[in-house]
Design a protein around this ligand. Structure first.
Ligand code: ADP
Ligand code: MG
Length: 344
């Protein structure tokens, strides 16, 4: 029986385990946390630190193929696995996606691909010189380990006292974009085939994804452009696995790439209910036989995230919509606790 090892046991890991189970594939999870969403759904789990070699070796023994549910994994850890068994996507792809600076440099090296203007920041004087060039309108982000807007500071004027207090090592400063809307495209690529999910629109609140709408309410031309860009990036990366591409549509319909995620993505949760093949199933198809399937959407829909205290109203939601509980131990502000989907 085929076995897949997943690094990380959050909701994405949980959905990967569920998809694997439907195909009769066994799963094992490596988690840093004692309690994690995927615990009930995996066949085995290993709890420990990324530096613990004994656990790492047991984890490597536990599966034939490996994948990730977060990009925030030390490169060395992934590489140790990849030397013995295959990790999808490869560690060198994860390395690009886990550092905003490397990611933006990679994206801009591709002909026809653009991002916001950006500056590498390693000390306050770097920041001071760069924010001036941006007319004091920018967004400062840690290069690594940020998610859901964590580690980000918006700057709208010359009042930069809060920035002075930071230890500005390994940061990136981006121009603040006055975009029209945000979209994303998910691509799966194996040795035999590449597919893309249709373009969806994403609405963020406090820099956290709030809603995903399928289909995106943009012109067919812009959809085509976004899809081409996504496929191009996956080809240039030599992707084998899954990649989500977040994009900004500007007021003149130009597309700038925001960021990449080498794993299933929150903006693809609608595919669990409204596609013949979900992003999680397609990750498995890609890993096992190199051939993702055509997604075949089955209807217009919306996905809404349940964040922090929204969770207290989950019983109302359950009655009206299809509700997914991420089984988190504790409600925390800005924590993704679950999501619901409905036909739109
Ligand atoms: P995360 O890894 O936390 O998702 P993102 O870079 O995607 O980080 O930022 C989260 C959200 O913040 C984006 O979806 C967008 O709404 C907003 N944002 C990020 N970068 C910019 C930018 N350069 N200009 C304007 N808004 C931005
Ligand atoms: Mg993002």
């Amino acid at each position: 029986m085929t076995r897949i090892g997943i690094i990380g046991g959050g909701q994405l890991g949980m959905f990967i385990c569920q998809a694997a189970k439907d195909f009769g594939i066994k799963t094992s999870i490596f988690s840093k946390e004692k309690d994690f969403s995927a615990k009930k759904f995996c066949d085995s789990f290993f709890i420990g630190d990324f530096k613990d070699e004994n656990i790492l070796n047991e984890f490597i023994e536990s599966a034939d193929y490996f994948t990730i549910e977060t990009e925030n994994i030390p490169f060395e850890f992934l590489n140790s696995i990849h030397k013995k068994k295959k990790v999808y996507p490869e560690p060198k792809i994860v390395r690009i996606c886990q550092n905003r600076l490397i990611e933006k440099e990679f994206l801009n090296s591709i002909n026809g691909v653009k991002t916001a203007n950006f500056f590498s920041i390693n000390k306050f004087t770097d920041f001071n010189a760069s924010i001036k060039k941006l007319n004091y309108k920018g967004i400062l982000k840690t290069c690594e380990f940020g998610y859901d807007g964590k580690g980000q500071y918006k700057i709208f004027d010359k009042n930069i006292n809060q920035i002075k207090k930071l230890n500005l090592n390994n940061f990136i400063l981006e121009e603040f974009l006055d975009f029209k809307l945000e979209i994303s495209v998910i691509v799966c690529k194996g040795k035999n085939k590449i597919i893309s999910y249709p373009v969806v629109r994403n609405i963020h609140e406090s820099s956290i994804l709030r809603e995903t709408i399928y289909p995106a309410d943009i012109s067919d031309k812009t959809k085509e452009k976004a899809t081409k860009l996504a496929l191009r990036i996956a080809e240039e990366m030599n992707l084998y696995g899954i990649l989500a591409i977040e994009m900004f549509v500007m007021k003149n319909d130009d597309i700038l790439i925001n960021e990449l995620a080498p794993r299933p993505h929150n903006s693809g949760h609608w595919t669990l209910d409204f596609c013949e093949t979900s992003q999680f199933q397609n990750l498995i198809h890609t890993i096992i036989n190199g051939s993702p399937k055509s997604p075949k959407p089955t209807g217009n829909c919306k996905m809404i995230n349940v964040i922090g205290n929204d969770f207290l109203n989950k019983d109302d939601l359950k009655e009206k919509y299809k509700f997914y509980d991420y089984l988190k131990e504790e409600i925390k502000p800005f924590r993704k606790m679950g999501h619901y989907t409905f036909r739109n």
